[in-house]
Design a protein around this ligand. Structure first.
Ligand code: ADP
Ligand code: MG
Length: 243
């Protein structure tokens, strides 16, 4: 694989949290390449570093050392203004806790990434309503987050991550609050939208119901990637998955 085809390149990423009285090593030498066109899932026990790793990949958190490149760009070396713009244009992030803005309704929440990228409000809301319909919330575009169930809020968060057609979508447990059918719908949508053209998708999950959507599944433990299962190779061999 040449670096031209890489959406994400992580080399020896280290990250320690220092809370004053103790240091926690969250990432301890992560190496991971994600190709364009690839859906990579990240699995592993609670506390093994999954959220920390995707936060570094998405430029939300700076690693202590090691190289992380997104589409050939090293976010650590960018000026903060350039990094903000790069992230706004290229990355969609679905947070584990959804992180919707409580004072904005569903359509306004989903419009935010477009407005940040300079799209006019009316146009942004029109597009937001379209994507909300795609996640099954066409009837709830005016609802405030507090009026929506957990599963509905999660789908608003997914619509917000998709709406500006970012090159990389990163999701932390995107189906945790969804029933089986909504989960499958959301995965089909993420796969369609995210993997058209030269895009990539990284999904942290415990949800075995969606493992079959992955191209590869990286298993983490204790701040490392311990194993990578290639679903596409297994499909070619027609043998069952081991995860
Ligand atoms: P996962 O998403 O796999 O559950 P995390 O990346 O959230 O794991 O956490 C990895 C380790 O880092 C855990 O031991 C966690 O307690 C610790 N950690 C995560 N965030 C912080 C933080 N902001 N401050 C201190 N420790 C943290
Ligand atoms: Mg986590």
């Amino acid at each position: 694989m040449t670096s031209k085809n890489l959406a994400v390149r992580c080399q020896n990423i280290m990250k320690t949290y220092d809370t004053g009285d103790q240091k926690v090593i969250a990432l301890n030498g992560v190496n991971l390449d994600i190709a364009t066109g690839e859906l990579m899932m990240l699995v592993g026990p609670s506390g093994c570093g999954k959220t920390t790793l995707i936060s570094v990949i998405a430029g939300i958190l700076d690693q202590d050392s090691g190289l992380c490149e997104l589409f050939g760009h090293d976010l650590l070396t960018m000026r903060s203004k350039d990094k903000l713009r790069f992230r706004a244009q290229n990355i969609g992030f679905v947070f584990q806790a959804f992180n919707l803005l409580p004072a904005l309704n569903a359509a306004e929440n989903v419009s935010v990434p477009l407005i940040i990228n300079g799209v006019k409000r009316i146009e942004a809301e029109r597009k937001a309503v379209q994507v909300l319909a795609q996640v099954g919330l066409g009837e709830r575009v005016k609802s405030m987050p507090s009026q929506l169930s957990g599963g509905q809020q999660q789908r608003v968060a997914i619509a917000r991550a998709l709406v500006h057609s970012p090159r990389l979508i990163v999701c932390d447990e995107p189906t945790s609050a969804l029933d089986h059918e909504s989960g499958q719908n959301v995965m089909n949508l993420l796969k369609d939208v995210a993997l058209s053209q030269d895009r990539a998708l990284v999904i942290v999950t415990h949800d075995a119901r969606i493992f079959s959507f992955a191209d590869r599944i990286a298993e983490m433990d204790d701040g490392h990637i311990v194993k990578i299962v290639d679903n596409t190779a297994q499909l070619k061999n027609n043998s069952p998955k081991t995860l």
